[in-house]
Design a protein around this ligand. Sequence first.
Ligand SMILES: Cc1cc2nc3c(=O)[nH]c(=O)nc-3n(C[C@H](O)[C@H](O)[C@H](O)COP(=O)(O)OP(=O)(O)OC[C@H]3O[C@@H](n4cnc5c(N)ncnc54)[C@H](O)[C@@H]3O)c2cc1C
Ligand code: FES
Length: 274
Amino acid sequence: MYKVLKREKIVPNIHLLVIESDAIYKNAQAGEFVVVRADERGERIPLNLVDWDKNSVSMMFMEIGTSTRKFAALKAGDEIATLVGPLGKPTEMTKGKKILCLGGCYGIGALYPVIRAFKEQDNTVVTAIEARSAYLLYWQEKLKKYSDEFYEITRDGTQGLQGHINDFLQEYLRTNAVDLVYVQGCTYLTYLSSETTRPYGIKTIVGLNPIMVDATGMCGVCRVIINGETKFGCVDGPEFDGHQVDWENLLSRRKIYLKEEVYSLSFYECEKYG
Ligand SMILES: Cc1cc2nc3c(=O)[nH]c(=O)nc-3n(C[C@H](O)[C@H](O)[C@H](O)COP(=O)(O)OP(=O)(O)OC[C@H]3O[C@@H](n4cnc5c(N)ncnc54)[C@H](O)[C@@H]3O)c2cc1C
Ligand code: FES
C-alpha cells in the first residue's frame, strides 16, 4: 500500500495527488508516467508524473470516471493499492533550441517537468496554456519559472489572450521562428496542433493518451500507428512525432471506449475542442 501525502483540488475537476515513494524519484525523468490503482478492486490507470522528490511522486488528474472519482475522494493519510513506475520513454532532450510548449486541462500539469528539463538543457522555452475560463488555469507561477515567454489563453477571454490555443499557435508560428513544438493535453489538442505545425515542417512531439490496460507492452490495447508501423503507447511512447501519428486510427479507436454519459463537462468540451 502507498500512503497519500496530499490530494488537493487545484481547479474544479483537476486534482493534485502526492503519494509517498522513496524509489521512483531515483529513475524518474520528464515525460514518464506511473500506473496507479485506488484499491484492490480498482482499475489500473496511467497518469503523467508532474513532479517527484526523495519522499514522493506527484500526479495531476482530471476527474472523469470511476477510478479518478475514487482518487478525488482521497485525503492525506489514506492509502492506494498500486503505484508502478516510472513507465514509458522520457521526453527526448535537445539543447539550445527554441521550444514552444502547449498544454491544456491535465496537460498543464504534465508540461511542468518537461519544461523544467528543457530549460535545464539551455533551451529557450515558450509556454502557452489554455482553459475555457480563467478559473480553470493553474500552476502559472511554477511554469513561468522555467519559461522565457509565457502565455495564457482562455476561450472566454477572462485571462490572457482570448480564443483557442490552436489560434495562438497559428499566430505565433506566423510571426516567430521555432525549432520544436511540444504538446500535452487531450487527443484533440495534440491532433490539431500537429496539423497546424505540419505545413511549417516544425517537429512536433505530442503526449498521447491511448486507452491502456497493463502498461507493460503485453496486452496491445494501447497500440497506435506511427509512420505506418504499429507501436505500443506504453512502452514505445507515450510521446511521438505528431506528424507521424495515424490520427484517424487513433481517434476512431478512442471512440470505441467513449461513453458520453460519463463525460464530465470539461472533458466533453475538451474532446469537442475546435
Ligand atoms: C500515458 C498516459 C498518461 C496519462 N496522464 C494523465 C494525467 O496526467 N492526468 C489525467 O487526468 N489523465 C491522464 N491520462 C488519462 C487517464 O489515464 C484517464 O483519464 C483515466 O484512465 C480515466 O479513468 P476513469 O476510471 O476515471 O475513467 P473511465 O470511467 O475509465 O473513463 C471515463 C471516460 O474517459 C475515457 N478514458 C478512459 N481512459 C482514457 C484515457 N487513457 N485517455 C483518455 N480518456 C480516457 C473513457 O473513454 C470514458 O469516456 C493519461 C493516459 C495515458 C495513456
Ligand atoms: S497498455 Fe497493454 S500493451 Fe500498452
